[in-house]
Design a protein around this ligand. Structure first.
Ligand code: TXA
Ligand code: MG
Length: 318
């Protein structure tokens, strides 16, 4: 198989209807989609990604009607979050309906759901009429794809079609929230919606570290990792430590002396930096540099999601 790349929503919908796996654009990253109500197709998603069966998928819905087919009920605050951030990069973990296969949720009685904002995928969800179970369209453990070409590079031989929606505007995955027993919210993954934006509606969510270890792979310390070693910290110190090696620096706004330096946003815009992050990691991974050194980004807004991904990319080494 060699994936065709194209913009034909109806073709993608036909394939999904017949149980195929198709890559789809979202505003965060590209997803690897299957009909959420077709367990055989869902199983195929795990196979294509080499994803372990214990790592559940996010279900993407186009409207509240599709949501009600997936989720049993949701608290008032979830309703307020949906009103404010959907369609958009916010995923909520809610009680699932029995019709949703255990394969999608890895046996959990909750399901992660979001309504994506990308116009092509919104159109697709209208045409299919069924929700789409979709993890990010990368081999398990690798950096998420933010263009159709990224998907083709790694999974092109394993899927028939990549629905091209251009480069992803946000560039990091969705923020994942789960309601807690005490009425508060837990932050399972920082992402495209910032904590500052959530705060007026639900207050400060509890951070992952504060409520025990999380064993889900999307939350493993070493994830989103390129093949080259990544080190995070003060890039001047790191550059001294790796003196004589071909180092590539990822910096927020300013140039640093190195074999190669990638500045993610010269104007200091964290949104722009997030949008470029994964493409730069992939590019550096394919480049002749030996070691990737990444600066710590400001810990606010999308900076939190950027730091989280860089920390995980570097976790195996530091
Ligand atoms: O922006 C995104 O969220 C992208 C696009 C394609 O929508 N999707 C994405 O999916 O990042 P994925 O599979 O790479 O990461 C989703 C993570 C899983 O690793 C898992 O940790 C968590 O969501 N998750 C899914 N279902 C869950 C559940 N029932 N309970 C807790 N966590 C869950
Ligand atoms: Mg992923």
């Amino acid at each position: 198989m060699n994936a065709e790349i194209g913009g034909d929503v109806h073709r993608a919908a036909d394939m999904l209807r017949s149980g195929e796996v198709v890559a789809i654009p979202t505003e965060t990253v590209y997803g690897l989609a299957a009909n959420a109500f077709d367990p055989v197709a869902v199983l195929r998603v795990f196979k294509v990604k080499d994803r372990p069966a214990f790592d559940p998928l996010i279900v993407h819905v186009g409207d509240r009607e599709q949501l009600a087919k997936v989720v049993k009920m949701w608290p008032d605050q979830a309703e307020a979050l949906m009103d404010k951030f959907w369609p958009g990069p916010l995923t909520l973990v809610l009680p699932k309906r029995p019709e949703v296969s255990d394969l999608v949720t890895s046996g959990s009685d909750t399901v992660a759901v979001r309504m994506p904002a990308h116009p092509t995928t919104r159109e697709l969800l209208k045409v299919t009429g069924f929700p789409l179970a979709a993890p990010s369209a990368n081999p398990f453990g690798y950096v998420s794809p933010t263009t159709a070409e990224h998907v083709a590079d790694q999974l092109g031989e394993r899927i028939p079609y990549i629905l091209d929606g251009g480069p992803c505007g946000i560039g990091v995955e969705s923020t994942i929230l789960a309601p807690l027993a005490d009425g508060g919210w837990g932050l399972l993954r920082p992402g495209g919606v910032s904590l500052e934006a959530l705060e007026p509606i639900i207050g400060r969510p509890t951070q992952r570290q504060d409520h025990g270890p999380q064993l889900l792979p999307g939350m493993l310390p070493s994830h989103y990792a390129p093949r080259k070693p990544v080190y995070m910290g003060d890039v001047e110190d790191l550059a001294r430590r790796f003196h004589g090696r071909r180092t590539a620096v990822i910096s927020f706004r300013s140039e640093h002396p190195a074999f190669r330096c990638e500045v993610l946003s010269p104007s200091g815009d964290l949104g722009e930096a997030a949008m470029h992050l994964f493409a730069v990691l992939r590019e550096l991974d394919a480049s002749p540099c030996e070691v990737i050194l990444a600066e710590e980004f400001p810990e606010h807004g999308l900076g939190r999601a950027i730091n989280d991904r860089l920390r995980r990319a570097s976790a195996a080494r530091t």
